[in-house]
Design a protein around this ligand. Sequence first.
Ligand SMILES: *Cc1c(COP(=O)(O)O)cnc(C)c1O
Length: 336
Amino acid sequence: MTGTATSAPRAPFGTVFATTMASTTFDESGYGPVRLHEVEDFAMHPGAHVFHYASACFEGLKAHRGAGGEARIFRLDAHAARLRQSAGLMCLPVPDEKLVIEMVEAVVAANRDEIPEPPGSLYLRPTLIGAEVNIGAAGSPPKNGFFYVLASPVGDYFAGGMRALRILIEDEHRRSTPGFGMVKAGANYVSALRTVVAARRDHQADQVLFAPNGFVEETGASNFLLIDDDLVVTAPLSESYLHGVTRDSTLRLAARLGYKVEERPLSVNEVLTWKGEAALSGTAAVLSAVGTLIHKGEEITINDGAVGSNTLRLRAALTEIHTGAAEDPFGWVRIV
Ligand SMILES: *Cc1c(COP(=O)(O)O)cnc(C)c1O
């Protein structure tokens, strides 16, 4: 069951793939049998639905290597539920929870020896796409397509040391549309891209915090939290933005550690005058500290521009559950 861990890759996040993937297809009669095989290209007609009408959604979750060599998948149930929700909202056939779990577990088991030692991990990417060949099908969901799970060994996200991020607050443009922001879909990323590219170019910003009408939703790829010694504050869930599993895990763990947790509308004004720490949450980086906010050309320093101690404490509490260094009071980890 153990095997030798490969050392964490130095290549950029997401550019290296583990040997084995799982794939299946769907058509009007449902999902077909699952195949486990080496990562390989697959052929699609240039008229495939996904290329024209963006029928694609995905998930991102991680398996960690425990001290005994066991593979520990973090919150697979929550990710499977979110994939099912995304699929439903995109009019793609909703895969059974059992199918998602079976495919992710099979990929983790097959690549067990390629899970890097902590703080590295095996990042998992279930992906559902429409492949029907019909460029006239703009107004109907694809009749067939692919569902697959890729795995990517990833190193320490903060290998160069944790640096507090520069975040541009955008209170004009939205990331997505009000009902679609909660779908984990590539279409939402490309919709936000020009805003993110401009923020990087014009303000050397790492990310954009979208706050339509003056109220914070999330950044382009992570949720946003305010933290101090007593309190964790974040925006309430809505259909406009992605319901992060890391956000949920952080809130539940923070409450257990004695922080008061508040989910309530968070105005840009409150964020700009906040005296504590700010952090972004997401599977890739877990929690990353925010050091600078840029708003209407002005720069506001958060927590003296340093990585905050509460952010680090909550991050460590989460990563200790990931790897099994701490007990798992919520039953979040599935061992394969
Ligand atoms: C995936 C994602 C997140 C973070 O979700 P986690 O489940 O915590 O990884 C936040 N925002 C967007 C837009 C995302 O796509």
